[in-house]
Ligand binder design. Structure first.
Ligand SMILES: [Zn+2]
Length: 156
């Protein structure tokens, strides 16, 4: 009698997808505000402790990426700058700035959706992420990529 027999990997995947959906909602919010649609959340022990979406236009600040805001929010929440036992969910592969910031936070895990061939950190310098940080790519990849493509198409 098989009732629930989730494999460990499968349940992790569901959890990652569930949290990525939250990051995706923030990306949609960015889209609605005419910002490049990238969203990010930080999860610690099953709780969302930081959120952010791209605000470079509104704040007129090239550093106002979704991840940077989520890092700051999470550090404020925790009352400490290190994000150990935390996972960053972000809809698009982090750029070198955000990957570099993640290094300083010593975050445990990064999960991202769509790959960014041009500005993603991995094709520029994969070592910029902390060696102890686990990276998982491609969660909700199609949706995250599509949102970006839609946005840039509308800009042309
Ligand atoms: Zn960035």
């Amino acid at each position: 009698m098989t009732i629930y027999n989730f494999e460990d990997d499968a349940s992790h995947m569901n959890l990652d997808q569930m949290y990525m959906r939250e990051a995706y909602k923030l990306a949609q919010k960015a889209y609605e505000e005419d910002e490049v649609p990238i969203g990010a959340i930080i999860v610690s022990h099953g709780k969302i402790i930081g959120k952010g979406y791209n605000l470079t236009e509104r704040l007129n600040d090239v550093t106002a990426h979704a991840e940077m805001q989520a890092f700051t929010a999470a550090a404020n929440y925790l009352g400490g700058k290190y994000l150990k036992d935390c996972t960053l969910y972000v809809t698009v592969e982090p750029c070198v700035m955000c990957a570099g910031a993640s290094y300083w936070t010593q975050i445990s895990k990064i999960v991202y959706g769509a790959k960014d061939e041009k500005r993603g950190y991995a094709s520029i310098n994969p070592k910029i992420v902390h060696p102890k940080t686990e990276v998982i790519a491609g969660v909700m990849e199609a949706e995250c990529r599509e949102l970006m493509q839609q946005f840039f198409k509308s800009k042309r």
